[in-house]
Design a protein around this ligand. Structure first.
Ligand code: UDP
Length: 421
């Protein structure tokens, strides 16, 4: 169904919704690719805009991250971002946000009352906002829908990177009990919610994440390479936040198996000031592995510029230990570049193994290298492949995903708030 038809249906047959979206720790207009700003911020921004376009009213609440943040931003049609002053006005580690949540909730309620706003439901993102949403659902007596994006118990089971505190796991448990709907990005996440948190299956709906097919479009590979000043070398790209869970070190080890007369370039994109230590660790590793001449740490790249990098590359690699969904794989395919990925997040739903990319059981460097080699060997003649990739992604356009979320919201309003709280 086209966008116009969708808008008409929403506007004429279904009640436009008034949604309070909570994203306390991570700002949807923050710098993507920094330690705490990644896929979830993209999700919140795209979802708010798309629901707004469909005729719903969406207010996204986050805390002030930068003293120069305006109080209110217009995100798009019917969609606003409201910065609340809870805690210091600056970046803080996400765990440090927790003690400020009661203040965040009070300020949100004051803003709502002062502006005479009324919401039909709350849509919270990540366990911190879910804590805030739990309080607001009691005050407002409206349904509370939650998306966790990642789960503490699953991160701990993976066992890479810092251990998630008991506080997080306890909060996730209590929110799963008290909220009215949990959105999982994949069937795997739903299974994790049931296995690790005993979530009732009927409370969990699976709605995948999306990709902006207007931003992420293929650019002629030669043109992209010349714009980036890349020579004719085969090129592998990694895009994402720079943290141990992403498995970048495993990808770097994989690169050492790819000699065979030449070694492709590896472009590592992402990582701000607060990822400095991890970038330093990876640079040292590059020296130890003697690949420092063929690896470039490019730092943060703004999303509108990323299609140039995805298109210039022969393959994009997602070597993660854990992803709740993994937007990068979708973005690369949308630019016509195959993906080699571990079987994390939505990979198995997104990648057609052997056609649009390759799945590897885990991020064992040798297995990654085998599949990177295969992808590189097929990358010279990829015109047909690029269009097959985009076609395979049509269901993941944000308008479709937002419509599925709007349906979940309408269903929640029908079933009401009984039985929880
Ligand atoms: N990203 C970006 N610039 C960068 C690095 C990452 O815009 O320098 C974006 C990327 O386009 C993607 C998001 O950050 O949309 C990362 O999302 P993903 O779901 O892959 O990982 P997460 O952050 O959720 O772990």
């Amino acid at each position: 169904m086209g966008r116009e038809a969708r808008e008409k249906r929403i506007l004429h047959n279904e009640k436009p919704l008034r949604i309070a979206m909570l994203s306390a720790h991570s700002c949807p207009v923050g710098r993507l690719g920094t330690r705490d700003t990644g896929g979830m911020s993209v999700y919140v921004l795209e979802m708010a805009r798309e629901l707004g376009r469909l005729g719903h009213r969406v207010d996204v609440y986050t805390r002030v991250h930068d003293p120069v943040d305006k109080l209110i931003y217009e995100l798009g049609q019917n969609a606003h971002l409201i910065h609340l002053r809870a805690g210091e006005n600056g970046e803080m580690h996400k765990l440090a946000v927790y003690p400020h949540l009661p203040d965040f909730v009070r300020r949100l309620e004051d803003y709502r009352r002062d502006n005479d706003l009324h919401y039909d439901l709350i849509y919270s993102h990540y366990w911190l906002s879910a804590w805030a949403g739990k309080r607001l659902q009691k005050w407002w007596r409206v349904p509370h829908m939650v998306m966790f994006h990642t789960l503490g118990a699953v991160k701990n089971a993976v066992g890479v990177g810092a251990k998630e505190p008991e506080l997080r796991i306890k909060t996730e448990h209590s929110v799963i009990n008290s909220c009215h709907r949990v959105i999982a990005a994949t069937e795997k996440e739903k299974a994790d919610l049931i296995r690790h948190y005993s979530a009732p299956a009927e409370k969990v709906s699976v709605v995948p994440c999306g990709v902006n097919l207007d931003i992420f479009r293929p650019i002629d590979k030669k043109e992209a390479r010349s714009q980036l000043g890349l020579n004719g070398d085969k090129t592998v790209v990694f895009v994402g936040r720079i943290e141990p869970l992403k498995g970048i070190d495993r990808l770097m080890m994989a690169m050492t198996y790819l000699e065979n007369g030449y070694r492709p370039r590896l472009l590592v994109i992402g990582g701000g000031e607060n990822s400095r230590h991890e970038v330093e660790r990876l640079r040292k590793l590059a020296e130890e592995l003697r690949i420092e001449d063929t690896i470039d740490f490019l730092g943060l790249i703004k999303q509108p510029d990323l299609p140039l990098f995805y298109s210039a590359a022969d393959v994009c690699v997602v070597p993660s230990y854990y992803e709740s969904f993994g937007l990068v794989a979708l973005e690369s395919l949308a630019c016509g570049t195959p993906v080699v990925t571990t079987m994390v997040g939505g990979a198995e739903d997104i990648i057609r193994h052997g056609e649009t990319g390759y799945l590897v059981a885990d991020n064992d460097p040798r297995s990654l290298a085998d599949k990177i080699t295969l992808a590189l060997s097929r990358s010279d003649n990829n015109g047909h492949l690029a269009s097959a990739m985009r076609t395979s992604l049509e269901p993941f356009g944000w308008p479709n995903i937002a419509e599925a979320i709007a349906r979940e919201c309408h269903a929640l309003l029908v079933s009401g708030t009984e039985g929880t709280g």
